[in-house]
Ligand binder design. Structure first.
Ligand code: GRF
Length: 200
């Protein structure tokens, strides 16, 4: 019995995408194991979600490095040391809100994946769903979507692994669209991890 693919998940917030992975593993829909969850924010509820089921967690903030005048590369390199100790097959960025430099990425070549709530080439960066909503109101787009991509130093721009569209309706509030996009993310992230781990 070979060991199931080892996932380290990096989060910054509520962790609903982490929860989608947890639920899929528990339901036998994803042959993988989450071996650690790391957040840059202590208050991230995703840490609680992991702790509730005994997954090792770490709070690894950037602020002490900034306060001590240490470089972003130093933070990224030490974060990579922490992640590498878990021997991950995949590093999944599920709502991780920091850019990662080659000091991190080069430690896990081709194995860092990011989930972004927009279609390839659209709305890179923060508040992607709100920006899509506003673009719809201006008549510039008639739908949005989500993607999972391999991470490169450029933000939200690496080779796309999976993508899914999400419709926008005229009667949508922003909250309606956010709920639809997040539900699409939860499905797509599990599918993307399944695809990548089964193709290796
Ligand atoms: C998700 O929309 C993710 O794509 C974006 O931030 C959100 C995090 O949500 N980067 P959660 O923490 O997984 O609930």
């Amino acid at each position: 019995m070979t060991e199931e693919p080892r996932l380290v998940v990096l989060i910054s917030g509520d962790g609903s995408n982490l929860q989608a992975i947890i639920d899929a593993v528990r339901a036998g829909k994803l042959a993988a194991q989450i071996v650690a969850v790391i957040s840059n924010r202590r208050a991230a509820f995703g840490l609680t979600r992991a702790q509730q089921i005994g997954i090792p967690t770490h709070h690894f903030p950037l602020k002490p490095y900034r306060d001590e005048g240490r470089s972003r590369q130093a933070y990224d390199a030490h974060l990579a040391d922490l992640v590498a100790a878990y021997a991950p097959d995949l590093v999944v960025l599920a709502g991780w809100m920091h850019l990662l430099s080659p000091a991190f990425l080069d430690r896990f070549p081709g194995r860092v994946f990011n989930l972004h709530p927009a279609l390839p080439g659209q709305f890179a960066g923060v508040h992607a769903i709100q920006r899509a909503y506003e673009a719809f109101q201006r008549g510039e787009i008639d739908h949005t979507g989500v993607m999972v991509h391999r991470v490169i130093p450029e933000m939200d721009a690496g080779p796309v692994v999976a993508t899914a569209e999400a419709p926008i309706y005229p009667e949508d509030t922003l909250a309606d669209l956010e709920a639809r996009v997040h539900a699409t993310e939860h499905r797509l992230l599990v599918e993307a991890i399944r695809d990548v781990t089964s193709n290796e």
